[in-house]
Design a protein around this ligand. Structure first.
Ligand code: SAM
Length: 366
């Protein structure tokens, strides 16, 4: 009797705790856009850049003066923005012995908001917070309610790639955003599984954007002849780079020949049938015996897989929602789903290599 009583009490306490947490947590969702908007604002104001350039902690007055916000009202706004960013642990404050007011210092997170920083993620954030990319989110429910109605196409009249081809400013935003991801992920591939490039003399990056991935690989493995392959409007503005040949084309038609193909963050933009079509074109481009296709994509782990890549599980699930909002038929895939598209494209086997990034390396061989 005593045991039943304590179980009932325990359950009631748990329920009350959950109720209390929900009362606070719901506000995170009501104001979910606040974080994105304030971080975007910090980038536009150049706050992280100013502190980095100063090379030491900065008081509010020093920061306002550097950014040329001399009017008290502007300084008050900046103060409130900094209070929020410090509370979110994006910047930190310190007090030196003679200070009455705190000074701001960088954190690993704020360094990712430096415009040209080594680990900068600003271009990706500016793309995702652009009105073009935010608008489709507002009709996400249409995908279920109106039988799959693609959110991006409904708002902008065409899919994201056609829209980019006719809106070059947006295309540049996409290219810069992808380049900033490549600057983080490609070094992680080189460090985590660089041996996959052993014996590769020529490599084609399918949907390679402005060539950032290939330029990093060409520096790391100077014996490789790199081909950066993308749609004509992307290749037209891609910067020249030693060891990288830019080739324009359509991956649904054909892929330039090479010892190996790398295809990063492209297949998740497409449905299974299109992925199979693209992978078949990749297979045709490589030698039958020793050719390989290096797929760089997120892997959605299922519960029974035991959390090998758990740190990034939430990001993977968010990316899947991004695919739903921004592409017509794209999605993130589980191991089973990758197995299906890779095998249907005619590859014999594949292995997965985990790297320090949201994406994994999936190595498919003929
Ligand atoms: C999400 S971006 C990835 C860019 C790059 N691979 C990276 O991860 O940094 C997808 C790329 O696929 C390209 N793309 C889309 N359709 C294509 C097609 N039919 N043929 C070749 N490239 C295409 C886009 O122009 C874009 O550069």
């Amino acid at each position: 009797m005593g045991e039943i009583h304590s179980e009932v009490t325990w359950e009631k306490e748990e329920e009350e705790k959950e109720e209390e947490e929900a009362q606070v947590d719901i506000w995170k969702y009501i104001f979910g856009f606040v974080e994105l908007s304030v971080v975007k604002c910090a980038i536009e104001l150049g706050i992280a850049d100013a502190i980095e350039k100063h090379k030491k902690s900065m008081s509010l007055i020093e920061l306002s003066t550097t950014l040329k916000y001399f009017e008290p009202r502007k300084q008050q706004y900046l103060n409130r923005i900094m209070r929020f960013l410090v509370h979110r642990k994006i910047f930190k404050t310190i007090y030196t012995s003679h200070d009455t007011y705190p000074s701001y210092v960088q954190t690993p997170l704020s360094r990712r908001l430096i415009k040209n920083g080594e680990k900068s993620m600003t271009a990706l954030l500016l793309l995702e917070s652009s009105p073009v990319m935010v608008a489709p989110w507002l009709s996400l429910s249409g995908r279920v309610l109106v039988n799959g109605n693609p959110s991006f196409e409904k708002v902008h009249g065409e899919d994201v790639w056609r829209y980019a081809a006719s809106n070059l400013d947006h295309s540049n935003l996409i290219n810069d955003a992808m380049a900033c991801d490549a600057k983080v992920v490609v070094p992680a591939i080189v460090e985590g599984c660089g041996e996959i490039f052993d014996g590769v003399e020529s490599l084609v990056d399918v949907g390679g954007g402005n060539g950032t991935t290939m330029s990093i690989l060409a520096k790391a493995f100077p014996w490789i002849h790199g081909i950066n392959f993308d749609l004509p409007h992307v290749i037209d503005v891609a910067p020249k780079c030693d060891g990288v040949e830019h080739v324009a084309g359509d991956m649904f038609m054909s892929v330039p020949k090479a010892d190996a193909v790398i295809i990063k963050w492209v297949l998740h933009d497409w449905g299974d049938d299109e992925c199979i079509q693209i992978l078949k074109k990749c297979r045709e481009a490589i030698p039958k015996e020793k050719g390989k296709v290096i797929i760089v994509e997120a892997l959605i782990e299922e519960e029974e897989e035991g959390g090998k890549h758990n740190n990034y599980k939430d990001v993977g699930l968010m990316l899947d929602m991004v695919m739903m909002a921004h592409t017509n038929i794209g999605k993130e895939r589980t191991l089973k789903e990758w197995d299906h598209v890779i095998k249907m494209a005619g590859f014999k086997e594949f292995t997965v290599k985990y790297i320090n990034a949201v994406q994994c390396v999936i190595l498919a061989s003929c």
